[in-house]
Write a protein that binds this ligand. Structure first.
Ligand code: 2HG
Ligand code: ZN
Length: 479
């Protein structure tokens, strides 16, 4: 395949420019700069062109041109990937395909609780469009103001409402995908029941652009909650948090939409680095849970029931303290403490990330074992293990030991990742619960994935993308 490249590449680029017109591509160094690095600045690549197609048929023609020249394509959304999935590699043999001009809501059917959107729609714009129709699109992420639905689909995004509504995979009714040979796979039916053979659309969700380019999606909508009851709960341990979650789900059922765990270390980082963030409790606690219950009607008694449950927990000594948000301002202050953890940890300095999941009931044991292991490996390391406890998914992140050398800490990365991922494997957990594989975790996938599953993935890739032109080297090593 690669031998085509040198011969045909210049001609292909010229054809692409003619196809897309002057508004449809970028090539000046300053303009393409933002497309060359990932959000975490782990990678820096080179590209021949950033294509900005404006329609599915343009994407299809673009793919045909690239396929004929064996030219690689890197689909690009809001550039918020944690694993370098949307960044071109260093070889300079790939174009970036940004979907940002494809940002139309094609239709919204309130009766059918569905909407059809183009891949470049920003998540927050989709949420707003649903709300205007008195519906809810529940996907909710820290980066929702800039990430796009094409990226959410391609990485099977998670976020803070997975407990109630599931991951992106659960929120999609249909997809439109341009295949590596330029054909358009039209699976855009807004149907909840369509039991006709293999569920092909799901192949492309979480495939990180390695099997085709998602150009549009039909999304599931839900009844819009009339309000929320939000609490910040102080707890002695992760076990107390798991018990609280179990109790709340037992009494409030699926109305519990969010259950996020925060350690003291995370709260301190946010209060240190984020303007206006403060600890709402009088004195420090070891752990916190951010709990949100959605209220289906304005006169729902669920808020009172949450309050009663929390008060009873404090009375029994199961919880240390709890605050129920008394206003929208207080609700956003609680959320601010949670959503700013990644930013605060970045501002603190060198950190190492692990995006792990185990069965929810085993998380407390996992946290204890992981903390001991790390303390032996890197004495003084600061564990900032936070996140989606309700989904069994924690960001088991570390900050360099206070007063320690950040560079020396980062040199231990491989060793630390190995130790944590081995622990995860012993729990039959996942080393990438939420953020995908991208480029960053290709070797981990090879190491930890079931060999039969890995073999099937490689075969699927070969069937759909025999020339390896779709986001080469991401998820699976280039063959
Ligand atoms: C979150 O839950 C994100 O805030 C980011 O998934 C996690 O920075 C991280 O490790
Ligand atoms: Zn997360």
């Amino acid at each position: 395949m690669r031998q085509h490249l040198r011969v045909d590449v210049a001609r292909a680029i010229e054809r692409l420019k003619v196809l897309l017109g002057p508004a449809g591509y970028l090539e000046d160094a300053g303009d393409i700069e933002p497309f060359l690095t990932d959000h975490r600045k782990l990678y820096r690549g080179v590209t021949l062109l950033v294509a900005l197609p404006s329609s599915t048929s343009e994407v299809a023609s673009l793919v045909e041109i690239c396929a004929a020249a064996g030219l690689g394509m890197v689909p690009h959304g809001g550039n918020t990937s944690y694993c370098g999935g949307a960044t071109p590699r260093e070889q300079g043999s790939e174009i970036v395909v940004s979907l940002r001009r494809m940002n139309r809501v094609r239709s919204l059917d309130a009766l059918n609780y569905s909407m059809t959107v183009e891949a470049g729609c920003v998540l927050a714009a989709i949420q707003r469009a649903a709300e205007e129709a008195d519906r809810l699109f529940p996907m909710s992420l820290g980066s929702e103001g800039s990430c796009t639905i094409g990226g959410n689909l391609s990485t099977n995004a998670g976020g803070t409402a997975v407990l109630r509504y599931g991951m992106m995979r659960d929120l999609v009714l249909g997809l439109e995908v341009v295949l590596p040979d330029g054909r358009v796979l039209d699976q855009l039916k807004p149907l909840r029941k369509d039991n006709t053979g293999y569920d092909l659309k799901q192949l492309f969700v979480g495939a990180e652009g390695t099997l085709g380019i998602v150009t549009a999606a039909c999304l599931k909508l839900f009844p819009r909650p009339r309000g929320y009851a939000t609490a910040l709960v102080a707890l002695a341990s992760p076990q107390a948090a798991v018990d609280l979650l179990t109790g709340l789900r037992g009494s409030l059922g699926d109305n519990v939409t969010t259950f996020e765990l925060l350690p003291r270390s995370a709260l301190e980082l946010v209060c240190r680095h984020i303007d206006g963030a403060t600890d709402p409790f009088g004195h420090p606690h070891h752990w916190y849970a951010l709990v949100e219950v959605s209220l289906p009607q304005a006169d729902s008694d669920l808020a009172e029931r949450l309050q009663t449950e929390l008060a009873a927990g404090i009375e029994r000594g199961a919880l240390d303290d709890a605050l129920l948000a008394a206003s929208l301002g207080q609700r956003s202050a609680f959320w601010k403490l949670r959503e700013n953890i990644p930013e605060a940890q970045a501002r603190e300095g060198a950190s190492l990330k692990h995006d792990v999941s185990v069965q929810t009931g085993r998380l407390p044991e996992f946290i204890d074992e992981g903390a001991l292991l790390l303390e032996r490996l890197v004495p003084g390391v600061r564990l900032v293990a936070y996140g989606h406890l309700g989904d069994g998914n924690l960001h088991f992140n570390l900050s360099f030991p206070s007063g320690g050398d950040q560079r020396v800490f980062l040199q231990r990365a491989e060793e630390v990742h190995r130790a944590i991922h081995e622990l995860v494997a012993r729990y039959r957990g996942s080393f990438s619960a939420e953020h995908g594989i991208g480029r960053h975790k290709v070797a981990e996938l090879e190491r930890y994935e079931d060999p039969v599953a890995l073999d099937l993935m490689r075969r699927l890739k070969r069937v759909l993308d025999p020339d390896g032109i779709m986001n080469p080297g991401k998820v699976l090593r280039e063959e």
